[in-house]
Design a protein around this ligand. Structure first.
Ligand SMILES: *Cc1c(COP(=O)(O)O)cnc(C)c1O
Length: 446
């Protein structure tokens, strides 16, 4: 058996909330203007009302609204596929399985939460969502979700990607979203940054600051968040819940759960539904794969920090490289963020999560090898997980361990081909000059 499919009726009916099962609760968010924990009122002004509620809810199982489950039917349940050719190539006794989240219409796991956030925004009477996006994976997922739920969307896209990686911007605009570069002229903060440095490349952290400014200026708008928050990890629990069922149907349980981490939403989605087993003594290793150039779990410290560059977003306790850290240009745009989700930081802090970091050239080598062996071309983010899988499978070969390795195939790399092109031509470096993140496209107005 090298592929396990569930039927459409097996789409989970409830999301799993890990909060009540954690050894301790995450620290409260801090309102930076008062230094005190944020109030419900503060959160409801910033976010969709239902999201503010889900963020701190201790309800273990949350019913998935029928309209959200209907939308999930576009691509869920996703298959669990065995990487037989990779196992053979590595001559490992371990079994390697991947949960294929790239089959969503926009090509990554991000749609799981995008649909939920757009649904609740509409239900709670908000007119528009405002959000930030790096290379555009989150923005394109949310653009589709807002189209499906009939909502307006404004996206602040990291300026370097806006100009140099226009494909996902075109996708967002095709779905009907308004996309602006960050920093840009749309906000006071953006104008100030551009005034100080006209060539500012932008970052997720500048884009969040601009998005929050827009939300404050417009009562009908709320912030949508692509990762980071507890509710986002809640929505992604469908990944792990399906995986659990798929593994049970073939009589296996996971020894390793591996995912790339930008903020931790695909890792949390895959692994948190198994956390209780681990806390009850199951020998499960949860492993986060990060880019060496931006690795908060591996190289950062656990402390209070801002989620954006200006300090307008709530203060949070997590692993961070500092809110003013501007990640060097690497092709895995989805992993260029200074901090990780507080829940992921917490489980690392509690010793329940391992982390490893790899330089970009090793990551692309792993991604290209996977494509040659298995046919699927992974997103550069996903290739981080694959690099870690190869290391674990090699270790199993040394120890003769017949382990079950499961990793999150978070997205496809078909819009990242310029980066693979550089890799194939031998031009890729561990940290690239900003201009090389993607070549400018001749003839396309950007
Ligand atoms: C956004 C993204 C990631 C990283 O984000 P997480 O919040 O850590 O999951 C990983 N892979 C893909 C394909 C992405 O789009």
């Amino acid at each position: 058996m090298d592929r396990v499919d569930l039927s459409i009726d097996d789409i989970p009916t409830r999301w799993y909330n890990v909060l009540p099962d954690l050894p301790r609760l995450p620290e409260k968010y801090i309102d930076n203007s008062t230094g005190a924990p944020v109030t419900r009122e503060y959160l409801e002004r910033l976010m969709v009302r239902a999201m503010a509620g889900q963020e701190s809810s201790l309800e273990r199982w949350v019913t998935i609204p029928e309209q959200v489950r209907d939308a999930y039917r576009m691509w869920r349940p996703t298959p669990l596929i065995r990487a037989v050719a990779l196992e053979r190539e590595l001559r490992t006794p371990a079994q390697i399985w991947f949960k294929y989240e790239a089959s969503s219409p926009t090509g990554s796991h991000k749609l799981n939460s995008a649909i939920a956030q757009a649904y609740f925004a509409k239900r709670d009477g908000h007119r528009r969502l405002v959000t930030d996006t790096g290379a555009g994976q989150w923005g394109s997922a949310l653009a589709l979700a807002c189209r499906l739920m009939d909502l307006d969307l404004l996206v602040f896209m990291v300026r370097a990607s806006y100009h140099q990686k226009p494909y996902r911007r075109h996708l967002m605009e095709t779905y009907g979203a308004e996309v602006r570069p960050s920093p840009g002229g749309a906000t006071r903060f953006g104008r100030r940054l551009l005034g100080e440095s006209p060539d500012h490349p932008g970052s997720e952290a500048t884009a969040v600051s601009e998005a929050i400014e827009c939300v404050h200026d417009d009562a009908g708008s709320r912030l949508a968040v692509g990762a980071f928050t507890n509710f986002c990890l809640l929505h992604h629990s469908v990944i792990g819940l399906e995986t659990r069922r798929q593994l049970e149907s073939i009589g296996r349980s996971p020894d390793y759960l591996i995912a790339s981490v930008g903020c931790g939403s695909n890792l949390g989605g895959l692994a948190l539904p198994f956390l209780e087993d681990k806390l009850n003594g199951a020998d499960i290793t949860i492993l986060a794969a990060e880019p060496e150039a931006c690795a908060p779990l591996t190289h950062g410290e656990y402390r209070l920090d801002f989620a954006d560059s200006e300090g307008r977003a709530p203060g949070v306790h997590t692993y961070t490289l500092g809110h003013d850290f501007v990640p060097p240009p690497i092709h895995a745009g989805g992993l260029r963020y200074h901090g990780c989700a507080p829940l992921v930081g917490l489980i690392r802090r509690e010793g329940l999560l391992d982390a490893v970091a790899y330089p970009q050239t090793e990551v692309f080598k792993a991604g290209a090898e996977f494509a040659r062996l298995q046919g699927y071309l992974p997103a550069p983010e996903t290739a981080h997980a694959i690099r870690a899988v190869i290391e674990v499978a090699d270790e199993c070969k040394r120890t003769g361990r017949d382990a079950t390795i499961v990793f999150s195939y978070s997205g496809h790399g078909l819009l990242d081909l310029p980066a693979y092109g550089r890799y194939n031509a031998g031009l890729l470096r561990d940290v690239e000059a900003e201009d090389f993140v993607a070549p400018r496209l001749e003839g396309i107005a950007v």
